[in-house]
Write a protein that binds this ligand. Structure first.
Ligand SMILES: Nc1ncnc2c1ncn2[C@@H]1O[C@H](COP(=O)(O)OP(=O)(O)O)[C@@H](O)[C@H]1O
Ligand SMILES: [Mg+2]
Length: 447
């Protein structure tokens, strides 16, 4: 490149993030808050090379690369810092994003970046990690077209947010959310909950929702909505390569103003031992075109089901308060927490609580044993749920009042972030003036 700067594409200079020069961000962020912001930031299929100067930064990048939001990227982490990067790209072309870390002093760092610019292909973005909290240095980096400067030590969540800042512009509003519902045992009411919550989200937000009935042999969604299932998921499974928004639209059965169903095949002539990534194209297409996708998961633990759960934006585990549910819920939560270390844990719903004559574990003890507070406890109401199931109606259509529809509304609020939005609106009000001042003051601080 002639001007010795990095290609800045069509973007304004990036700002240093919370890790870098923005020291104003509230330090009280909970994992939930961080996760909310994370939802805007799934990173597209880009190749990323990192050249690190310290093993700490290398392991943070490797850790971030395992996050579900980075699952589409291809990340290569190498040691040797800027020197190794320059050497490497003399021989080969540069990927979409190069992350470089250097512990060098300002002038050496900048000179090295200039040498890197000479071997960088147009279109490649460069993100710098350094150890100097220095505004002059930062301005020099921005002048050179560096997409982002992160101040070490970095953490995986901020790193992912920064990478998404480079690639995720304006994506948040387009990217749909996926909520996976699974039972700790069969028959606990997971599908009932999934259908009623999906119906409630469509009503409350007047926003499009699809239910994908992934209980392929036995799914009940079409019965619950009193629909003739239509072609549904079987066509998706036959030829995933063909799936796009138009085809998906054709396979959906409408169950309300904003609610559609992708029904399960329930054809027992077939077997449903799918490849582990068989449902990825479906979820990709759904997420790119529909604001909310509710995944009604079967009670099973196959590699594809596990992958769908791990990739979901939120997981809701429904359990009945007995010992087997307790054991299973605990195991599921442990495994899912490990697989999603930067996400909040799955949400727990206790269902069919207070069934007459059935001994049960008290909700409080259940929560204590699995170290997770349920987001809702839904009572056992045989008449109400039985009527809804047999008539092919939602609970609120049978009876709009009562505890169950209220719980569905609360669960919908929690999943879609309406509850959080209310809370953070208050928080934003109290922090608003502070951010306002800082923004004017530095001209470069991003919230
Ligand atoms: N809170 C409840 N009270 C009474 N019956 C319920 C309740 N929740 C679910 N059910 C009933 O339990 C049965 C199993 O529900 P389902 O949603 O198919 O479970 P899962 O998907 O977990 O296998 C259905 O007949 C449903 O109507
Ligand atoms: Mg089910």
């Amino acid at each position: 490149m002639t001007d010795m700067t990095f290609d800045m594409a069509d973007d304004l200079p990036r700002t240093a993030t919370r890790q870098g020069l923005d020291q104003t961000a509230p330090s009280t962020d909970t994992l939930e808050d961080i996760a909310r912001t994370r939802e805007a930031v799934r990173i597209p299929r880009v190749n990323i090379d990192a050249f690190c100067d310290s093993s700490d930064v290398a392991s943070v990048i490797e850790n971030a690369a395992r996050d579900r939001l980075m699952s589409r990227t291809r990340v290569n982490v190498r040691m040797g810092g800027l020197g190794a990067a320059i050497e490497h790209y003399r021989q080969t072309s540069t990927p979409n994003l190069v992350i470089v870390e250097s512990r060098s002093a300002r002038n050496v760092y900048l000179a090295d970046l200039d040498r890197l610019a000479e071997v960088c292909d147009p279109g490649t973005r460069v993100m710098a990690i350094g150890h100097a909290n220095d505004i002059v240095f930062y301005r020099e980096l921005i002048k050179r077209g560096i997409s982002e400067y992160l101040l070490a030590p970095v953490d995986p969540v901020s790193l992912i947010a920064s990478i998404s800042g480079v690639y995720g512009e304006n994506r948040s509003s387009k990217l749909g959310q996926t909520y996976a519902f699974i039972g700790a045992k069969g028959g606990v009411g997971s599908s009932t909950l999934a259908h009623n919550v999906a119906w409630t989200i469509a009503r409350q937000l007047s926003s499009d929702v699809i239910i994908a009935d992934l209980d392929l042999p036995f799914g009940t969604a079409s019965l619950d909505f009193n629909l003739d299932g239509g072609p549904g998921i079987s066509e998706v499974l036959q030829d995933t390569g063909r799936l796009d928004e138009v085809l998906l639209d054709r396979l959906l059965a409408k169950c309300g103003d904003h609610l559609s169903l992708l029904s399960a095949p329930t054809d027992l002539e077939k077997a449903y031992d799918l490849h582990e990534s068989a449902l990825e194209p479906l979820i990709d297409v759904a997420q790119s075109s529909i604001p909310f996708t509710v995944l009604d998961m079967p009670h099973m633990w196959t590699s594809w089901a596990r992958n769908v759960l791990v990739a979901a934006d939120e997981i809701v585990i429904t359990a009945v308060p007995d010992l087997a549910n307790l054991r299973n819920a605990k195991n599921m939560i442990t495994v899912l927490r490990q697989a999603r270390p930067h996400d909040p844990p799955p949400k727990l719903v206790l269902n069919q609580v207070g069934m007459p004559k059935r001994p049960e574990i008290k909700p409080k003890e259940f929560a204590k044993a699995i170290q997770l507070e349920p987001i809702a406890c839904i009572g056992f109401e045989a008449q109400l749920f039985g009527t809804a199931a047999n008539k092919g109606q939602m609970i609120a259509e049978v009876s709009g009042k009562g505890a169950a529809p209220k719980s569905f509304g609360e669960i919908a609020d929690i999943l879609t972030g309406r509850k959080d939005a209310k809370r953070s609106q208050k928080k934003a009000l109290s922090l608003g003036s502070l951010f306002g001042t800082m923004k004017r003051g530095s001209g470069s601080v991003r919230k």
